[in-house]
Ligand binder design. Structure first.
Ligand code: BG6
Length: 494
């Protein structure tokens, strides 16, 4: 079904996110008929730009980043007509009044009933001021709905996130605030609940009686690129841990919701976050969390600079570009099952995957004496490959009794003609229909910060050595010990 018509306000319209993700997402939605024709997009940023220039930016961005190409001129022209640009000083309410007048014209021109979606692809310190000016400039007085979509990072720690939230909620109601975590828009992340709850093979086994450990890997080959200024203040724990990794963990660990509805799912996710064992002391952090920073190294025959040599990075920086942790979920379902999470820049492969390692069947008389049975694994591949993969034991053909692990694989991304929507398409579409399921609620965000802040505080006080790892390697040695101590190891990623 097409979305309810609305005006979309794109703050940060000349930025990287708009170019790489948002314009392509809007075009794909339009091409698939999900946007209808009763919409308008106002690009907003400080720098002056004509509507024509703005449209040609969009055209280029689609050429480069969209899964559909804008080769059909008639379709492109029809789409481009909906886009206008306005230069705006976000600290000056006068400009917002002009924007309000412009909105009225757009409503009339495209038959829009006053619905407004404000997309803030801005630095977090601007969320508050922009919200106030939207209100004071009269933009929230139209007769339709008013929603705000906010990009990460949502604060730097719990106090700053709280302050941000206090400001935004002076203007918008919680149910109208859509906090983006783009991992929740990924097809295979949304698939986790189907795999878990729709399969008799998994649902009954999804607990500490049958699962030995869970491993979540978000590895990247890139370094900090041109984001040194932001990243050096953030680091892997805040950039990936507080949001994407903990969100993935909640999807794996949550109890079945009473219905597959937004609030019910989010209620269950927040319970997982509340059950996380908090690392209160420096010793806790040292025992359960590893941090690393890439030094110079090499990948595919190419020399790579160390993190401290990167642009806009402090040459003495102590910012982590890698972290791994043993996370414990203290509830009846998961007591005793470690969740190992790891993420890093400049690792050997780009992948996001979840490995669920099942307990071996009771040390059995049948095979035990002669063979070391490999545990069953369920691997959920999120990105860039999409699919699931199950490792089971079977008889080696031709032998009498030899057992070997075999793989059963469903490769979603290999299937010809399957062109999965990008996370941002799904999320923009959901926000415009008022479905907040795959956005993070304030209680989730604050619980995640509470957990992460304690680790950050211990690191700040010097606990846990920052270990160097060569660019292109799998991170500090200590990350292997973390699992070794429990009798496990990281399963190699595929
Ligand atoms: C972003 C982080 O949220 O996620 C980046 O800020 C990271 O540092 C990116 O590179 C990874 O996203 P994806 O979808 O490419 O796995």
């Amino acid at each position: 079904a097409a979305t309810a018509g609305a005006v979309y306000y794109l703050f940060g319209a000349t930025g990287d996110l708009a170019r790489r993700k948002l314009f392509p997402a809007l075009f794909s939605l339009y091409k698939e008929g999900k946007l209808g024709d009763d919409f308008a997009v106002v690009g907003l940023a400080r720098r002056p730009r004509t509507d024509e220039q703005f449209r040609s930016d969009i055209y280029e961005s689609i050429g480069e980043f969209c899964r559909y190409k804008a080769t059909d001129t008639e379709l492109w022209n029809r789409f481009a007509e909906h886009f206008v640009y306005m230069s705006l000083d976000i600290n000056n309410v006068e400009g917002f009044r002009d924007l309000n007048r412009l909105s009225g014209h757009l409503d009339d021109k495209f038959g829009i009933a006053g619905n407004r979606l404000f997309y803030l692809a801005l630095a977090p310190e601007l969320f508050g001021p922009v919200s106030f000016n939207l209100r004071d400039g009269g933009l929230l007085e139209s007769k339709g709905w008013h929603r705000v979509v906010i990009e990460k990072p949502f604060g730097y720690d719990l106090p700053s996130a709280q302050e941000l939230n206090d400001q935004i909620t002076q203007v918008f109601r919680e149910e109208d605030i859509y906090r983006i975590d783009h991992y929740l828009g990924k097809e295979m992340v949304q698939n986790i609940e189907v795999i878990r709850f729709a399969n008799a093979l998994f649902e009954p086994l999804w607990n500490n009686k049958h699962i030995a450990n869970v491993q979540i890997t978000l590895s990247e080959t890139v370094g900090v690129e041109d984001r040194g200024g932001y990243y050096d203040k953030s680091g892997a724990l805040r950039d990936m841990g507080q949001n994407h990794m903990l969100q993935l963990l909640t999807m794996i660990a949550m109890e079945p919701p009473s219905r597959l509805h937004g609030e019910d799912i989010r209620d269950e996710k927040v319970k997982v976050l509340r059950s996380l064992r908090q690392y209160e002391t420096d010793e806790d952090v040292r025992a359960h969390v590893v941090r690393g920073q890439y030094g110079s190294g090499e990948a595919r025959g190419k020399a790579l600079p160390g993190y401290r040599e990167e642009d806009k990075v402090d040459p003495q920086s102590a910012t982590e570009t890698y972290f791994a942790a043993r996370v414990l979920v203290d509830n009846l379902r998961w007591a005793g099952v470690p969740f190992y999470i790891r993420t890093g820049k400049r690792l050997p492969v780009k992948t996001t995957e979840v490995v669920v390692e099942f307990k071996n069947i009771p040390n059995n008389v049948l095979f035990g004496q002669r063979h070391d049975l490999a545990p069953n694994l369920l691997v959920i591949r999120v990105n860039p490959m999409e699919g699931i993969y199950l490792k089971i034991n079977a008889k080696q053909p031709g032998s009498d009794t030899a057992v070997q692990p075999v793989a059963m694989e469903f490769c979603q991304s290999c299937q010809i003609g399957l062109n999965t929507p990008e996370a941002y398409e799904r999320l923009i579409y959901d926000a415009s229909r008022g479905d907040a399921t795959y956005f993070t609620r304030w209680d989730e965000v604050s619980e995640a910060w509470r957990f992460v802040d304690k680790i950050a505080a211990a690191w700040k006080s010097g606990a846990g050595d920052l270990q160097q790892y060569p660019a292109g390697s799998w991170g500090p040695e200590r990350s292997h010990e973390l699992l070794g101590e429990d009798g496990f190891h990281w399963w190699p990623v595929n």
